[in-house]
Design a protein around this ligand. Structure first.
Ligand SMILES: Cc1cc2nc3c(=O)[nH]c(=O)nc-3n(C[C@H](O)[C@H](O)[C@H](O)COP(=O)(O)OP(=O)(O)OC[C@H]3O[C@@H](n4cnc5c(N)ncnc54)[C@H](O)[C@@H]3O)c2cc1C
Length: 382
């Protein structure tokens, strides 16, 4: 039985552990935090992620705990469509809707698939060494673990990647994002819909949908220098002021938020890196291909990584070869997502005439061209 160490217990690391165990491997997840806690409010799981979860036998649990969305629309401040993807077409071709879910709930459902002793908490990875026969992971607590392979699922600032000496520089998108969950009920006609509303200002957008019958997940992006900080006491008023041009509904949702639960994140990615593997070690999820969230695909891509990695390690006996094949199968799509998402941020960082030209072009894009783009995103790597 092949034995693996997964560094990082985020969505990527946990899904990988589930997929590898299902493929008959023995794995251990090493997470630096004292508890599994997925910060970040809500998350949208697109049909490609649901296909992975279906293969792993857990799609139904996740769909039941979230909210199926029938249509996803990018609109202007008056809800005039800029770009809409037809839910019926998505369901017909990719079997699933997009599902919105609380991140903590998703994390819990993933962790519940794993025996408790496969997740080691307070286990901060410090480095690895490897030879022809095995890889040894070294931890900051002075302990070590030996296995046949090691997967770095340790996020955008990956320590595993750093040790692999892969040249890479984080790239700031020019935008900051505020995210929150609030107890709020959307009007009946909007309960199954997800909207992203574009204002006329650079970077300023609001997206929202229900994540279950009682709560909504809302994000607000705006052009800003990185490193900004908020005052909890004034944050809600600041966001209300920022969003004063948006429909009343948006301001009602901001009013329903608890300021201390609003998360602020500067949006970074890094341009595709040429190498995800080194012998018995491979990167996965944000560690391999962090992307801005404009396509809502970061975690979905990590899930695709997990499935492909498990298949390669299952079918290919030699571990370095299996890991290289995993990269070969996944690299092109992950790079497409990162680059397309980054371009999307640049589009929303425009204003004035240029913005009007771009939105005009998006509105004039034939449905078939839009569908071709979604085909690329929703078709699993193979
Ligand atoms: C605003 C925003 C909205 C988003 N919305 C979506 C969306 O709707 N849909 C979607 O698919 N994606 C979305 N994403 C992207 C998604 O959140 C990430 O792509 C995904 O969470 C990456 O998962 P990961 O497991 O690769 O990394 P992470 O979630 O970063 O997990 C890495 C884990 O490794 C641990 N770790 C780090 N270093 C060490 C170490 N040295 N030792 C041990 N453990 C370590 C960390 O504690 C962490 O638990 C969004 C991102 C942002 C910023």
């Amino acid at each position: 039985m092949k034995k693996g160490i997964i560094v990082g217990g985020g969505i990527g690391g946990l899904t990988t552990a589930i997929a590898l165990r299902k493929a008959g491997m023995d794995v251990i997840v090493c997470e630096q935090a004292p508890a599994l806690r997925e910060a970040g409010a809500g998350i949208w799981m697109a049909p490609n992620a649901l296909q992975v979860l279906f293969e792993l036998g857990i799609a139904d649990n996740i769909i039941a705990a979230g909210k199926k969305l029938e249509k996803i629309s990018v609109v202007d401040l008056k809800y005039r469509p800029i770009s809409v993807i037809d839910g019926a077409w998505v369901r017909k071709n990719f079997y699933f809707d997009t599902v919105a879910i609380h991140r903590g709930v998703l994390q819990h459902l993933l962790a519940a698939q794993l025996p408790a002793d496969t997740i080691l908490l307070n286990k901060r990875f410090a480095g690895f060494r490897q030879d022809d026969r095995s890889v040894v992971a070294l931890f900051e607590d002075g302990t070590s673990l030996e296995a046949d392979f090691l997967i770095g699922a340790d996020g955008i600032h990956s320590v595993v990647r750093r040790q692999m000496q892969i040249e890479q520089q984080l790239r700031y998108s020019g935008q900051t994002c505020w995210r929150f969950i609030a107890d709020f009920s959307l009007p009946e006609s909007e309960k199954d819909l997800m909207y992203e509303i574009w204002s006329d200002q650079k970077g300023l957008r609001v997206g929202y949908s229900h994540i279950n019958d009682r709560q909504v997940y809302v994000y607000i992006t705006d052009e800003a220098l990185p490193g900004g900080k908020d005052q909890t006491e004034t944050l809600r008023d600041d966001l209300l002021e920022r969003c004063e041009a948006f429909p009343l509904l948006v301001r009602q949702m901001i009013n329903a938020a608890h300021p201390e639960s609003i998360i602020r994140s500067d949006l970074y990615d890094f341009p595709p890196i040429p190498r995800w593997t080194e012998g018995r070690v491979a990167l996965l999820g944000d560690a391999a291909h962090a992307t801005t969230p404009n396509l809502g695909q970061g975690a979905c891509q990590a899930m695709e990584d997990a499935l492909i990695l498990s298949r390669k390690l299952h079918f290919v006996a030699d571990i370095p070869t299996a890991l290289t094949e995993y990269q070969k199968t996944r690299w092109k799509k992950a790079a497409y997502i990162t680059n397309t998402s980054y371009q999307f941020a640049r589009v929303t960082n425009t204003t004035g005439l240029l913005r009007r030209i771009i939105t005009g072009m998006l509105r004039a894009t034939p449905a078939r061209v839009n569908e071709q783009q979604f085909e690329k995103i929703y078709t699993l790597s193979n």
